[in-house]
Design a protein around this ligand. Structure first.
Ligand code: CUA
Length: 290
């Protein structure tokens, strides 16, 4: 578009300037002694027709490419927006290749990614400015978006539709990596959670299983299988906590576990009232979920 239209625009300007200069120089009353005028006009029409046909053909070919990429995506995801976090499900024809993660999406570079967008409470909006425009997630009306990230890196995204008290703290990250790194990440995500290796972490698992955590969270490989909150099977592998609200390190994890309401007031994780005795092993256990 830019090439063809730029060329045409430049031609028009050149001829306009020539016409102005000739008009200024012309002295006599009879200015149109141009016998080649109809021939030139014919040439112009031909040039415009060729240009338009070129644009039409290119547009057709590119639309086909886009449609084909959308039909056979390399990665298929389903994102479900919740107040105030993102559930990410990796889809596959083979059910054993399905897994969930939250708030952090990994995709291989130069691959086509088809994302189905849903919401289960209110309207949210999926927005990763460096990769795509905004797209609403509307309860009961699945939408979709196709991405093709071309550069390795971490792309910050943000919910872009006011969705309640913690709308501002509803961020996500898309990690674009080379194919091998992505494959390794995916293999890891498909694994169940590792068994605690030491007594401290084992006590943390007990704390998890005997508190309200299991009412909302899933940890594959344990009996915790609720889906109200983010899947924690590989929590420690993620860069951020609480949908981008905190960096994922021990200090912030303990801070979050001890009082999530002070960090994201109104979020659906209640303060569990855990004592330091319980918090420390719980954090140690969660840190093993790589
Ligand atoms: Cu979700 Cu704003």
């Amino acid at each position: 578009m830019l090439g063809v239209c730029g060329f045409m625009y430049a031609l028009v300007l050149i001829f306009l300037i020539i016409a102005v200069i000739r008009a200024r120089r012309a002295t006599g009353p009879e200015m149109s002694r141009d016998h080649g005028l109809s021939k030139t006009l014919g040439l112009w029409v031909a040039l415009i027709v060729v240009g338009l046909m070129g644009l039409t053909a290119t547009s057709y070919l590119i639309d086909r490419q886009i449609a084909q990429a959308a039909n056979n995506p390399d990665v298929k995801l389903q994102i479900t927006a919740h107040q105030w976090w993102w559930d990410v499900e990796y889809l596959d024809a083979d059910p054993s290749q399905h897994f969930h993660t939250a708030n952090e999406i990994h995709v291989p570079v130069n691959s086509s990614v088809h994302v189905t967008l849903m919401a289960d409470d209110v309207i949210h909006s999926f927005w990763v400015p460096s990769l795509h425009g905004k797209r609403d997630l509307i309860p009961g009306r699945p939408g979709s978006i196709d991405l093709r990230p071309e550069r390795v890196g971490v792309y910050r995204g943000q919910c872009a539709e006011f969705c309640g008290a913690q709308h501002a703290k509803m961020a996500l990250e898309i990690v674009v990596e080379d194919a091998a790194t992505f494959a390794a990440w995916k293999t890891k995500q498909l694994e169940t959670a590792p068994q605690p290796r030491d007594e401290h972490a084992a006590r943390g698992l007990d704390v998890f299983m005997s508190s309200a955590c299991t009412l909302c969270h899933n940890i594959a490989g344990t009996s915790a299988s609720a889906t109200l909150g983010p899947d924690l099977t590989h929590l420690a592998s993620r860069r951020m906590l609480a949908a981008g609200a905190l960096p994922n390190d021990r200090t912030h994890l303990i801070q979050w576990l001890s009082d999530p309401q002070s960090i994201k007031p109104g979020n659906h994780m209640p303060s569990l009232g855990l004592t330091a005795d319980a918090l420390d092993p719980l954090a140690s256990y969660l840190e093993t979920l790589r």
